[in-house]
Ligand binder design. Structure first.
Ligand code: AP5
Length: 215
């Protein structure tokens, strides 16, 4: 199965993708995580991407598409989290899958309003070492500011500061939201109410995926 997780920043795409990929044995490809790794490693891509990411702008399509081409496995079985984010990226994904003889089975749209997004992103904490994601209120670590999984300190992402979040929301509306119609027209779009709590969102997601698997 090949799935796209679409939705505004902070909708919970990464949280749900981690859980679903483990349960179904799918590869979780998060363009945000790949870019942050490139920034940490100061690769050419990382150096180019950083200025866009710090401002909450999208990294240019050609860089993103080349990165996806590198990591997409021959046999598929992927959750794309945070990709595609523009119509050009969506078309490139269509071509890439077609070349490999793969199909996109569903696009899950995580629908949530801006107020919730700001609340979720302002409380998000991530592990510096292993990348685990927490929320100070909705998914707190057992020990304050320390990762449950590896014991490293938790930090706030630079782009989770409020003014950058507001810009990410604007960018989402202008450049990414048109994908909702793009995939609806292809009859691939399934909407999940992402305003509920983490377990409820996961149940709704499983209902969609289980129904797809039965068909
Ligand atoms: P990226 O890392 O993809 O950021 P994003 O899409 O803005 O998504 P987030 O990671 O912010 O949110 P999420 O939906 O995964 O939410 P999460 O599960 O963490 O991209 C970062 C940057 O990289 C972009 O701005 C851009 O510059 C660049 N980039 C990446 N991909 C690109 C592309 N394809 N093209 C061009 N540029 C690209 O949850 C958020 C918080 O809420 C957490 O604290 C979590 O614990 C909590 N939470 C989750 N679910 C719930 C719930 N149901 N109830 C309560 N709390 C919840």
């Amino acid at each position: 199965m090949n799935l796209v997780f679409l939705g505004p920043p902070g909708a919970g795409k990464g949280t749900q993708a981690k859980r679903l990929s483990q349960e179904l044995g799918l590869l979780h490809i998060s363009t945000g995580d790949l870019l942050r790794e490139a920034v940490r490693n100061k690769t050419d891509l990382g150096l180019k991407a950083k200025e866009y990411m710090d401002r909450g702008e999208l990294v240019p399509d050609d860089l993103i598409i080349a990165m996806i081409e590198e990591v997409l496995p021959e046999g598929g079985g992927v959750i794309f989290d945070g990709f595609p984010r523009t119509i050009a990226q969506a078309r490139a994904l269509d071509d890439l899958l077609q070349k490999k003889g793969l199909t996109l089975n569903a696009v899950i749209y995580f629908e949530v309003d801006d107020e919730k997004v700001v609340e979720r992103l302002s409380g998000r904490r991530v592990c510096k070492t292993c990348g685990a994601v927490y929320h100070v209120k909705f998914n707190p670590p057992k020990e304050d500011e320390i990762c449950d999984k590896c014991g490293s300190p938790l930090i706030q992402r630079e782009d989770d500061k409020e003014e950058v979040v507001r810009n990410r929301l604007r960018v989402y509306r202008d450049q990414t939201a048109p994908l909702i119609d793009y995939y609806r027209q292809k009859s691939l779009l399934y909407t999940v109410d992402a305003s509920k709590d983490i377990d409820q969102v996961y149940s709704s997601l499983r209902e969609v995926i289980d129904a797809k698997e039965r068909n």
